[in-house]
Design a protein around this ligand. Structure first.
Ligand SMILES: *Cc1c(COP(=O)(O)O)cnc(C)c1O
Length: 453
């Protein structure tokens, strides 16, 4: 029996619930509330503290860190309390190998229902024929796309890692570089934009089986139509690894790869604000191959609590509040990028179209690692990143999390001032760092990511 999708026709047209973000009307979790909600969801912070204070302390520390520090990681966000509730639900106990209606385990009626809703909402949200919501992570989604389309040894064209490609785009330390023959393309030295002429020339020369477009640090929109044209001319499949921008796509704030790519791989935990996990979208022709590539080829039991949480996140992302959120994320990133330039950092491509900014702090006399260290000492979380055509590393930051907290234009200016203050200190315990840290605490204190119960 073929393991075809469970994308239920019967569920087509099911209305998505209203947006339910942490900045919406949802009440925060109330640890003291007895009654049906707590019984249904099971997890109980008091039980954890009674039984295992060591881990309870660690989790409290992490919650405090998320509350008090400024989360400028380009890859992170704050899920809604509803997403967290689904993640902590008793679906975590359920084994469900296979797809809805064709499982290898018994007792899957609710697991099936959750997955059908998740698939249906993902298809509606992205206008895709087919969605696989079981991939455990973004990397698992890419692995599934390769498994569906490639054989070991095939040639694949992807953005080189030194120019912003992901590990799964041909790193020798990753399955991708081990099992496939990756040919890297790059970004233009002057503009920082993808060198589409080079992509076409390399595709003509190497005739790859697949072309991958997508990046961990490219701040601009990708021209999916151009990639489609190159793929068509050279007989390649097109895989869009939209792990970063997919949340903007969901909110109508970035162009969609879905009409152009044969397979779209994504994560659900970045701008999209869902649980940590992967997503694969494709047309009907590839639906069965993709599903078989996820299960049984690369995974077995799906994480059904995560699948349910993905359904919740897709439901939120279909709402008007989320559309406004996605556009505010980009507005905030553009403002922050302009502030960083004014501070003297060299912002890659001169700005951003997305949530993501990369910048070289060299004009301030700092390398990326030193800059990240000074920011961390002041309570600001950013990553280092590659700088195409540069010597050292830069810093990468994003506005998805701070926008979820409700920050806007004024706060972007304040964040820039705090960043500048931290970068100017020596990163020690001097008063400079302490003063910036106090400013960070004051700012985050006004925009708590979760309501306190
Ligand atoms: C984040 C990301 C991934 C990997 O996601 P994980 O869930 O960490 O495995 C893959 N590709 C790109 C382009 C990414 O940005």
């Amino acid at each position: 029996m073929p393991l075809t999708a469970g994308a239920g026709d019967a569920l087509d047209g099911a209305p998505a619930p209203d947006a339910h973000g942490p900045d919406g009307d949802a009440p925060g979790p109330d640890a003291d509330a007895p009654g049906p909600d707590r019984d249904a969801y099971g997890p109980d912070a008091d039980a954890l503290r009674r039984q295992d204070p060591e881990i309870a302390d660690i989790l409290d520390g992490e919650a405090r860190r998320q509350d008090e520090d400024l989360q400028l990681s380009a890859a992170e966000n704050f899920t809604s309390p509803a997403v967290l509730a689904a993640l902590g639900s008793r679906l975590a106990n359920k084994y469900a190998e296979g797809y809805p209606g064709r499982r290898h385990h018994g007792g899957c009626e609710y697991a099936d229902a959750a997955e059908r809703v998740a698939v249906d909402r993902a298809r509606a949200l992205f206008g895709a024929d087919h969605a696989n919501v079981q991939a455990h992570s973004g990397s698992s989604a890419v692995l599934a796309a390769y498994a569906a389309l490639l054989r070991p040894g095939d040639t694949v064209l992807a953005l080189g890692l030194a120019h912003g490609g992901h590990l799964t785009h041909g790193s020798p330390a990753n399955f991708s570089g081990r099992w496939f023959d990756f040919v890297p393309y790059g970004v233009d030295a002057e503009s920082g934009l993808i060198a589409y002429d080079q992509v076409r020339a390399l595709a003509r020369r190497h005739r790859p089986r697949a072309i991958v477009c997508g990046s961990i640090s490219y701040p601009r929109h990708i021209d999916y139509a151009e990639f489609r044209d190159i793929a068509d001319e050279t007989g390649a499949a097109l895989i869009a690894d939209a792990a970063h921008p997919i949340g903007l796509v969901a909110g109508g704030a970035a162009p969609s790869p879905v009409p152009y790519a044969d397979v779209v791989c994504a994560t659900t935990h970045k701008v999209l604000r869902g649980p940590r996990g992967g997503l694969v979208l494709c047309g009907d022709e590839l639906a069965e191959r993709i599903d078989r590539a996820v299960f049984p080829f690369t995974q077995s039991g799906a994480h059904m609590h995560t699948v349910a949480a993905k359904a919740v996140a897709f439901g939120e992302a279909a709402g008007a509040e989320y559309r406004r959120y996605a556009h505010r994320v980009v507005d905030n990133a553009r403002l922050l990028a302009a502030h960083l330039e004014a501070l003297g950092l060299a912002v890659t491509t001169g700005g951003t179209d997305t949530h993501l900014i990369t910048a070289d702090p060299a004009p301030l006399g700092l390398d990326g690692r030193t800059a990240r260290g000074r920011l961390a000492a002041a309570g600001m979380v950013v990553e280092t990143c590659v700088l195409p055509h540069g010597d050292g590393r830069g810093i990468r930051l994003g506005t998805a999390a701070v926008t979820t907290q409700g920050m806007g234009a004024e706060e972007m200016a304040e964040i820039a001032r705090l960043l500048a203050g931290a970068l100017r200190t020596d990163g020690g315990d001097g008063t400079g760092t302490a003063a910036v840290r106090a400013g960070v605490r004051e700012l985050t204190g006004r925009f708590p990511p979760y309501r306190r119960g």
